[in-house]
Design a protein around this ligand. Sequence first.
Ligand SMILES: Nc1ncnc2c1ncn2[C@@H]1O[C@H](COP(=O)(O)OP(=O)(O)OP(=O)(O)O)[C@@H](O)[C@H]1O
Length: 357
Amino acid sequence: MSIRETVNNPHSHWMDGTGPESDIVISSRVRVARNLAHLPFPHLLTREKAEDVIHAVQTAIENRVFREKMGRMELTRMNELTPVERQILVEKHLISPDLLENFERKAVVLRDDEVLSVMVNEEDHLRLQCLLPGLQLNRAWELISRLDDALEATLDYAFDEKLGYLTACPTNVGTGLRASVMLHLPGLVMVNQIKGVLDTITKLGLTVRGLYGEGTEAKGNLFQVSNQVTLGQAEEDIIANLISVTRQLLEQERAARQALFRERREQLEDRVGRAYGLLKHARVMTSEEAMSLFSDLRLGINMGIIKNIPAPLTIELMVLTRPAFLVKVTGKDLSPVERDIYRAQLIRKKLSAAQQS
Ligand SMILES: Nc1ncnc2c1ncn2[C@@H]1O[C@H](COP(=O)(O)OP(=O)(O)OP(=O)(O)O)[C@@H](O)[C@H]1O
C-alpha cells in the first residue's frame, strides 16, 4: 500500500481482529526510540541538520541489504501531505499527534502493510514502531529488532556502554522501548472496578493512557497500557511483564462481563440493543456519542448478543468516523453539524452493508 492508499483506506492490519485474545486486546504496539550519534536531539536541531537526519534515513532504507531483509519501505515527508492526510495518519495510529507539530522537518517511513513504521524527527531522531492485532507483543518485538538491526547496518546510533540507547527524554534512556496494548474494558467500567484496577497497574510500573497516547483521554472504553521504565531491564523482561499484567486484566474483564451477564442480563442486553438501534437509525451523531455506542455494540458482539456484525467493524468505524476521514470521504470541509449528519449516515450505511453480507 502506498502512502496515497494508506490515507484513503480507513482499514489497517492492526484493526482486523485476527490476533490472540482479540475480543479484548485490540492491538499490540512496540516502539523503540533511537538517535543518531553526533547530532543534537530533534528539539535542538537546525533546519539543515533535521534534513540530514531525513536524508540519512532515506539512504538507510534504500540500501540493498536493508531491502533484502525488510522489503520496500517508503519515506514521506510530512510537508508532502495535506493537513487532512496528516491527521488521518494520526487517526489510524500510524503516527503520534506530536509528529504534526513543526511538521516541515519531520517524516514517516511506512511498510506497505502498515505494520512497521518509523517516525523521523519526532521527540527522537527515529521512533521505530510495530503495530499488530491482538496480543502479539513478542512478535512485534521480533519485527522491531529486525528493523532496528537493518537500520543500524547503515546508521550510527547514539549509544552509551553504561546507559544504553541515548534519548531526548531521560525516561526513554536504556532500551528506548515502550510496549503497549490497547484494551477494550467495558465490563470493568460498568461494574465500577476500572479505577481500582488501573490504580493497581500504575503500582506495577505500568502506565495507562488514552486513545491517542500521552495526554489524551480514554474514549470508547479503550485503554492503552504500557511500561513506564526503560532502563535497567532487558527488553524481553519489559515485554514479559506487560504480557503477564495483560493476562490478569483479561481475566478481570472476563469475570466482570460474566457477572454482568449473570446478574444484570436485562440491563446489559438493553444497553447493547439501544446502542445498536441508535447506530442503525440515528440521523445526527457526535463523535463522542459514536465512540461510546461502538463500545457497547462491540461488547454485545463479543458476548453473543449481536450476531450479524463482525467485531472488527466497530474499530474500523471508530477510525472512519473521526473528523479527518469524514473530510477525506466527502471531499469537502464540513461544519461540525454537517459532520455529525454525515457520520450518522456513514454508520447506517456500513452497518446495513455488514448485515447483508
Ligand atoms: N497498542 C496500541 N494500539 C494502537 N495504537 C497505539 C497503541 N499504543 C500506542 N498507540 C498509538 O501510538 C501513538 C503514541 O502513543 P504514546 O504517546 O503513548 O507513545 P510514545 O509516543 O511512544 O511514548 P512517549 O510518550 O514515551 O514518547 C498514539 O497515537 C497512540 O494512539
